[in-house]
Design a binder for this molecule. Sequence first.
Ligand code: ZN
Ligand code: ZN
Length: 140
Amino acid sequence: MGELANCERCNRVFVKQLRDICRDCYKKEEEDFRTVYHFLRKRNNRTATMAQIVEETCVEESLIQKFVRERRLQPADFPNLSYPCERCQQPINQGTICEHCQQQLKEDLLKHEAVESAHQKVLDAERERTYYTKGHWNKS
Ligand SMILES: [Zn+2]
Ligand SMILES: [Zn+2]
C-alpha cells in the first residue's frame, strides 16, 4: 500500500508508491524522455548542447538534467550533456559535485581530522600537566 503524497511536479495528491510524482506526470516524463532520447539518438545530435536540446525538444532543462543525474542519459554517450555541481554550479556530467569540489571536500575532511587530532593532543597534554601539577605541586 502506498501513502498519500503531493506530486512533486503538479502538486496533486496521489498515492505514492515508487515515485515522487503522480501517474500523469510520470507518463509525461516518460514521453519527454523518449523525445529527448530520440533526438539524441540521431548521430548529428549526439554532441548537442543542453540549450540546443531544450530548444529542439521543448523539454525542460531541469528534466533533462534529471535524466542525466539518473543516468538514463549517459554522459559518456553525449559529451555535452551536463548539469550544475551541487556546491559551485559548475557544469558536470557525473556524480553530484564537480572534481574541484570533491577535492575541496577531501581537503576539508583532512583539515578537520588534523584539527581534531591537534585538539586531542592539547587535551592529552593538559591532562598530563594537571596530573603532574597535582602530583608534584609541593616539590617546587
Ligand atoms: Zn503530478
Ligand atoms: Zn563544484
